[in-house]
Design a protein around this ligand. Structure first.
Ligand code: SDX
Length: 432
């Protein structure tokens, strides 16, 4: 017998009265939510479709149940499989965190070694993909190349369509995590007119990425360990973020049982948008536009007038602070020890100081997000702005794939197909 609440209604239900009919309904509350389908029983007539919930941009809609990442936007909490991001960033490698997201537990030393070897063994891409990349214009945006080459990978691994086979799923997950840095570096090398520096399996996951980005005439590239660790930590901080735009896209495309390469190409495309993963590149362009500290007040004035957005500020979920932004700020200091100070950092720090004291940003709950400082670090490492969202995509790959597989295995899930409120023309007829 369900426990009764103060009004005599069962404590784990929502009681509603339909004003149109006077009828009462009890909608069960489970895990802090009602099932939207339970609204459909609320009708004005037997042939009525029933009520729907209207929620543009899904601002208050749980599209799934998930055990991967937990965010508390008001308290600035971010946990991967229950571990606070502060305990993972800087102490666990990106590949260890990728294993955690995928499998639900941190790997043992043996599991980490086997996982690392498996990934490193799949870093090469088919030679034809090089020719595919060669077909792009010299100034093609690397995100456009990445979206295309991730989709192209689906044509090289037709077995990936067998999404219900665990071993085949695992192999594609390994291939995608392994090949993203190679696709990213090759896109950069194409833009620079440089030869494609092949993967070096003696290096770490991030060391190998830096090798493929920067190797010149040296036979063996030796990554700077401080920059290698900083970049690995940045990838950890980007690894997952529950139902963000690109991850929701991965889940939705995956729900049609498309292969994971096609689903991830769609996720990359969603990430490319300047309101999402493209923001880190836009932050740098904004800081360069501002140019001097004395010009910040005028830029802030234009933002408050609604002319511009302060890129790298604000978040749909975090309304106090983005814990990742705080951790990235700490990494900046380590990197600048090696690369030298960045004049843009001074401007960014001043923008943050002014914004955090300004009533507009306080009342709108706008704080620096993950994108505000990451670009300054990448630039200091010599990575061009266009590559910033590409780095975000490398980092988010394990998160996308973990959600893709979780969704496929969720008995509650089926092909995603939202409804709409039709406000168009009633039936009408073409005049003879
Ligand atoms: C990421 O979802 C995720 O988890 C994303 C992400 C991840 O890890 O996957 O965290 C990564 O995408 C971080 C966000 C990067 N984007 C930016 O930095 C772009 C700038 N920020 C925004 O455009 C905006 O803040 C969003 C897109 C991040 C969030 O937008 P919301 O929640 O839809 O809020 P909104 O656009 O409805 O804005 C609410 C109000 C508006 O003012 P009013 O019309 O109510 O007066 O806040 C204002 C907006 O104008 N506002 C801003 C602002 N962001 C919101 N005003 C100035 N500058 C901004 N950056």
């Amino acid at each position: 017998m369900a426990q009764l609440g103060p009004t005599g209604v069962s404590a784990d239900a929502l009681r509603v009265t339909d004003g149109r009919t006077g009828k009462n309904y009890e909608l069960p509350i489970v895990d802090g939510a009602i099932r939207a389908l339970d609204l459909r029983q609320i009708k004005v007539a037997d042939d009525d479709f029933g009520l729907m919930a209207y929620d543009p941009a899904f601002q208050n809609t749980a599209s799934c149940q998930s055990a991967i990442t937990f965010i508390d936007g008001d308290r600035g909490i971010l946990r991967y499989r229950g571990y606070p991001i502060q305990e993972l960033a800087g102490t666990k490698s990106f590949l260890e965190v990728s294993y955690l997201l995928q499998n639900g537990e941190l790997p043992s030393a043996e599991q980490a070694q086997a996982w690392n070897a498996e990934i490193i063994n799949h870093t090469f891409i088919h030679e034809n993909i090089k020719r595919f990349i060669d077909g792009f214009h010299h100034d093609a945006h690397p995100m456009g190349i990445l979206v295309s080459t991730v989709a192209a990978l689906s044509t090289f691994y037709p077995e990936a369509k067998q999404i219900r086979d665990p071993a085949i799923r695992h192999r594609q997950i390994v291939r995608l995590i392994a090949k993203m840095p190679t696709l990213a570096a090759f896109a950069y090398r194409h833009a620079m007119g440089l030869y494609y520096a092949y993967p070096d399996d003696d290096l770490s996951y991030v060391g190998n990425f830096l090798n493929m980005m920067w190797r010149a005439t040296q036979l063996k590239y030796q990554p700077n360990p401080v920059l290698e660790h900083a970049l690995d930590t940045l990838l950890v901080l980007h690894a997952d973020h529950e139902q963000n735009c690109s991850t929701s896209t991965m889940r939705l495309v995956g729900s049609s049982e498309a292969d994971p390469y096609s689903a991830m190409a769609a996720a990359c495309a969603a990430l490319y948008g300047p309101l999402h993963g493209g923001a880190n590149e836009q932050v740098l362009r904004m800081l360069q536009t501002i140019g001097r500290a004395e010009d910040i007040p005028d830029y802030i004035r234009r933002v408050k007038a609604g002319e511009l957005r302060l890129m790298g500020f604000g978040h749909r979920v975090y309304k106090n602070f983005d814990p990742r932004a705080q951790l990235i700020k700490q990494i900046a200091n380590e990197v600048f020890e090696v690369t030298g100070p960045s004049p843009l950092l001074d401007i960014a720090l001043e923008v943050e100081r002014i914004a955090l004291e300004d009533e507009y940003f306080i009342s709108h709950k706008l704080y620096p997000n993950v994108d505000f400082y990451s670009g300054i670090i990448y630039l200091a490492m010599g990575i061009p702005m266009e590559m910033f969202p590409v780095l975000f995509a490398i980092g988010r790959t394990p998160g996308w794939l973990a959600h893709w597989e979780e969704s496929l295995l969720d008995p509650d899930q089926k092909i995603g197909r939202p409804r709409q409120l039709y406000l168009g023309e009633p039936e009408r007829h073409v005049r003879a």
